[in-house]
Design a protein around this ligand. Structure first.
Ligand code: PLP
Length: 381
């Protein structure tokens, strides 16, 4: 809760140790990418169980570098439509074509049955998103990719610390792309990381990150300046030490929300993938207006008036974005479209107290009574 007793969607506050780490770099005058970045890469790779990790300028840059490494012109990439734009836009920016797939209405993750319908001879990559920190079924996706000879670019921008069958999602695959944008489970300012178990691919990404330079002023490919600086890396190294404790609080908060909200008619929390441990970057529910007797906008307004912030991730599927409609034509994806209409994110972050989270549940019950004229026959919170 903040000073005005509002329960906000995120807490973006660096610790003194993180600030001091950044100041040490600033005082040193070594403002470019250097030994802090290298150490952050080693420590992050060790934390997630990947062979190597490469820092970069953002989660968007991480995806761009991964796709640039794997794609040839006109290659198709299967992406869920319900995600942040970079998952798909970086495919286009790398010369490929994103092919939008529907999602599972309960987990909100890519639906492999729909993905299968969209396979063509040009399909080369699948890019599943661990949306809101909910891990995809890694085994099912690996099996699918093997069946069709696809590479996998995992979008883990929202999934620091998420696990599948006890293993960190960063440990699986060709490329796993992270973001450190403020509001994410780890936040250093702007920044990204690409993890891979293939050292050759890791090296390629490193070269692409710095203009395809394989030796000083010697360029064997064309690339970008997508480097992180040592300032962000120093913050990241320090913050990595408290990732587990921040995750622990997010998970406790999600548990209170799950217990409080499951069973309320007309409110349906995101279902965690079986065998997975969610990282709760966002806690999102579906509002079923006929059952809860109000629209998403009405509920959001009710919560806001009582000091509880909400947000909508995302108000439309990517296939409904004007730019993609113009480029690739109209597509119909019923689950994505329905979710985009009715999804609402509630606060779950590591800065909330137990009382804050209980308050969120209480206000939703109050909303139920207000809009429904009864308590849905459920026990009071
Ligand atoms: C799923 C997803 N992919 C990619 C990105 C891009 O990350 P960044 O904002 O660091 O470029 C984000 C960030 O919002 C994201 O949520």
């Amino acid at each position: 809760m903040n000073k005005k007793n509002n329960i906000l969607m995120a807490e973006i506050k660096l610790t003194d140790a993180e600030v001091e780490a950044a100041v040490r770099v600033l005082r040193s005058g070594k403002l470019r990418q250097g030994k802090e970045c290298r150490a952050f890469e080693e420590e992050f790779a060790e934390k997630v169980g990947a062979k190597c990790a490469v820092t970069c300028a953002s989660g968007t840059a991480a995806l761009h570098l991964a796709y640039m490494t794997l794609l040839k012109p006109s290659d198709e990439v299967l992406v869920p439509s319900f995600t942040f734009i970079a998952t798909a836009s970086m495919v286009t920016m790398s010369g490929g074509k994103p092919v939008f797939c529907d999602i599972d209405p309960e987990t909100f993750l890519i639906d492999l049955r729909d993905a299968e319908r969209k396979i063509t001879s040009r399909t080369k990559v699948i890019s599943p998103v661990h949306l809101f920190g909910n891990p995809c079924d890694v085994e099912a996706i690996r099996k699918f990719a093997d069946k069709y000879g696809l590479k996998i670019v995992w979008d883990a921008a929202q999934a620091h610390g998420a696990t599948f069958k006890g293993k960190d999602v960063g440990s699986f695959g060709e490329f796993v792309c992270y973001s450190f944008y403020p509001s994410k489970n780890m936040f250093v300012g702007e920044g990204g990381m690409i993890c891979t178990n293939n050292s050759e691919l890791g090296n390629r990404v490193r070269y692409l990150r710095t203009h395809g330079q394989t030796d000083k002023y010697y360029h064997t490919m064309l690339g970008f300046n997508y480097r992180m600086t040592d300032v962000e890396a120093a913050i990241g190294r320090e913050q990595l030490k408290r990732l587990d404790s921040m995750l622990h609080i997010r998970r406790q908060n999600a548990e209170i929300l799950n217990r409080g909200l499951t069973g309320i008619q007309g409110i349906r929390p995101q279902k965690t993938t079986p065998n997975a441990c969610h990282a709760w970057h966002q806690y999102s529910v579906v509002i079923e207006p006929e059952d809860f007797r109000c629209t998403r906008a009405e509920l959001a307004k009710f919560l806001e008036a009582r000091g509880v912030a909400t947000n909508v991730h995302y108000p439309r599927g990517l296939h409904q974005q004007p730019i993609f409609e113009r480029m690739y034509g109209k597509v119909v994806l019923p689950n994505t479209e329905s979710l985009a209409k009715n999804i609402l994110a509630l606060p779950v972050h590591h800065g909330l107290s137990k009382a804050d989270v209980e308050r969120i549940v209480e206000v939703i019950y109050e909303a139920g009574r207000h809009f429904n004229g009864k308590t849905h026959g459920l026990s009071q919170v």
